[in-house]
Design a protein around this ligand. Structure first.
Ligand code: GTP
Ligand code: MG
Length: 324
């Protein structure tokens, strides 16, 4: 193992915060060191409790994550926080708001905070988030809190990576709850009505409870609906306990194992798809044959299906079953 890699691995495993930051950057930058690094760290990870906190923009996710992190700190756990912003091209702590909002944690050596941008990434939102979780987990974070904006399929994907997903709703959302229903609503294990100091908290709580009463989960868990005021910390002890109950529930049956298995099944297929794809198109892109095939398509001299067959055949002939 090269010295730089060995050094980074050892420091990450020792929980060195600068090294953790550097490790996440190698993953974000697709640095050649990233894959060897993750190979080393992956087998040392797998213990952290991963909690996804999702909800619409401004729902109070960062404020709540900060308070929840304090609950875990009180219980003696090391905490990693990933604020994932699928809409921002900036990363590495550039999401200033999160830093400011979580400032009270800044001087706590037992908390590591990182903002990550994921827009426009090949392969979607999830890959770097997965890898960042592996890094924090290997670095000894017993709890990893992931903040994501709950707006689309990408967040559902991130939620799948979590052991527990908390959906934040706020009073006055009105019809938004209908939109949520489509995707994000189903993946939540706990519902939190944040900003419960505002009018309308009761109404939205009733709506969520009514909605939940119409469905039942295959694992038998009945998602609780809690009220919080993240700014004051009200309800945070209850949330901590509800999360603990869910953890105990999912560990007592095969729910957690099933979830992790499903998660890693799709993750493995995703890595395989990505890797095969990159290797298959590398040569045609390099030697210009891809552009020629594209011209043939445009002129309707050939159809896309046979072009794809040709690319695959070329790839197979090129590798001849060898590792590249
Ligand atoms: N009244 C009230 N305000 C709150 C509460 N929780 C958060 N806020 C305020 O709501 C605003 C947004 O809070 P954030 O924690 O930044 O929300 P967020 O969901 O992380 O926002 P984005 O990351 O931008 O999507 C801030 O001004 C908070 O002070 C609450 O329980 N009650
Ligand atoms: Mg935020």
């Amino acid at each position: 193992m090269p010295d730089t890699l060995r050094d980074l691995v050892e420091k990450v495993l020792a929980g060195d915060r600068r090294a953790m930051g550097r490790a996440i950057s190698t993953v974000e930058d697709k640095d050649p060191l990233a894959v060897p690094l993750l190979r080393e760290l992956f087998t040392r990870a797998g213990r952290a409790l991963v909690v996804g906190i999702t909800g619409s923009p401004g729902a109070g996710k960062s404020t709540l994550v900060e308070k929840l992190a304090k609950e875990y700190r009180r219980a003696g756990a090391r905490v990693g926080i990933l604020a994932v912003d699928p809409t921002s091209p900036f990363s590495g702590g550039a999401i200033l708001g999160d830093r400011v909002r979580m400032q009270s944690l800044a001087n706590d050596a037992g908390v590591y905070i990182r903002s990550m941008a994921t827009r426009g990434q090949l392969g979607g939102l999830a890959p770097t988030t997965h890898d960042a979780v592996t890094i924090l987990d290997a670095a000894g974070c017993e709890v990893v809190l992931i903040e994501t904006v709950g707006v689309g399929q990408d967040e559902v994907e991130v939620a799948r990576l979590a052991d527990a997903t908390v959906l934040l709703l706020v009073p006055g959302m009105g019809d938004d709850i209908q939109t949520f229903k489509a995707g994000v609503m189903e993946i939540a294990d706990l519902y939190v009505i944040n900003k419960a100091d505002r009018p309308g908290a009761e109404r939205i709580e009733q709506e969520v409870t009514a909605m939940l009463s119409l469905t039942s989960r295959p694992d038998g868990w009945r998602p609780p609906v809690l009220r919080t005021v993240a700014t004051t910390g009200q309800g945070m002890g209850e949330l901590y306990q509800a999360l603990d109950q869910f953890r105990a529930f999912s560990e007592s049956g095969d729910a957690k194992e099933y979830r992790r298995k499903e998660h890693w099944r799709s993750r493995l297929l995703e890595i395989l798809r990505q890797t095969l794809f990159e290797r298959a198109v590398a040569e045609p892109l390099r030697d210009g044959s891809f552009d020629r095939q594209l011209d043939d398509l445009l002129a309707h001299r050939r159809d896309p299906y046979s072009v794809v067959e040709e690319i695959i055949a070329g790839f197979m002939a090129h590798t001849g079953g060898r590792q590249s």
